[in-house]
Design a protein around this ligand. Structure first.
Ligand code: ATP
Ligand code: MG
Length: 220
């Protein structure tokens, strides 16, 4: 296929990508929130958008089912990045990855005592690296969502999750005890596609870069 396929997830990434697409002259023909379509046409006959689960975006791009995609750093770290170029931090879908515990649980003391902590998370590899780097012994428990429930239900003492306002933690009586890293979303590009279709892909990449620079108030 000589056109361009872009992989996006519904929700914040799609919404925050719309202005970047517009800067590249690309306007989706449908709204994924109201349409049940998984493949969206655009105003450009040579550009289509595939709607995927956020954690599946790197996989579609890695195998070339999509040429371009937009994925959070959290997702890219777990994926590993094989077969992908990551030319641009788009500075969208910003949040942070943090450790949180139930209010009243003395995390610092547990770490000092060398206690073995049960940590529930969707981000097993990132969490393993973080705690290994600190020399903290952990049993990691893989979850697929609603990490906040784990300490409350007695599944784990701590969670590793994404935090933006902190409202969800607060509503569930949890407190952030450690920042692991800042998170934002990146443009990802299939490495082989960039070689074969560079004349089609490079203008889109350049338009995204210019839009990001313009938003940050920096000349491109
Ligand atoms: P799903 O909802 O399908 O289980 P998900 O929660 O990873 O998957 P989104 O909620 O759309 O999907 O999140 C997509 C990306 O946005 C994440 O990978 C992350 O980089 C970022 N993100 C997640 N939560 C927040 C947040 N609260 N604020 C800002 N960005 C976030
Ligand atoms: Mg989510």
């Amino acid at each position: 296929m000589s056109g361009i396929t872009i992989a996006l997830s519904k929700g914040r990434i799609f919404d925050e990508t719309l202005p970047l697409l517009a800067a590249a002259g690309i306007v989706p023909a449908d709204n994924p929130e109201t349409s049940r379509k998984l493949i969206l046409g655009t105003n450009r006959p040579d550009v289509r958008i595939v709607i995927v689960r956020a954690s599946d975006t790197p996989t579609y791009v890695q195998y070339g089912a999509a040429d371009l995609g937009i994925a959070g750093k959290d997702v890219l770290l777990e994926h590993g990045g094989a077969g992908l170029y990551q030319p641009l931090d788009l500075e969208i879908a910003k949040c942070r990855m943090s450790v949180a515990v139930q209010r009243g649980f003395d995390y610092e003391q547990a770490v000092r005592r060398g206690a073995r902590l049960r940590v529930a998370t969707k981000y097993i590899d990132t969490a393993r690296q973080h705690f290994a780097g600190k020399g903290v012994h952990v049993d990691l428990i893989k979850l697929y969502g609603s990490m906040e429930l784990a300490p409350l239900a007695g599944l784990a003492e701590a969670i590793v999750d994404l935090v933006s306002s902190g409202g969800t933690l607060k509503a569930n009586d949890l407190v952030e005890v450690e920042h692991i890293m800042p998170i934002s979303s990146r443009l990802i590009v299939n490495q082989a596609a960039l070689k074969v279709k560079r004349e089609r892909l490079q203008p889109v990449i350049d338009a995204f870069a210019a839009a990001v620079a313009a938003r940050a108030g920096v000349p491109a």
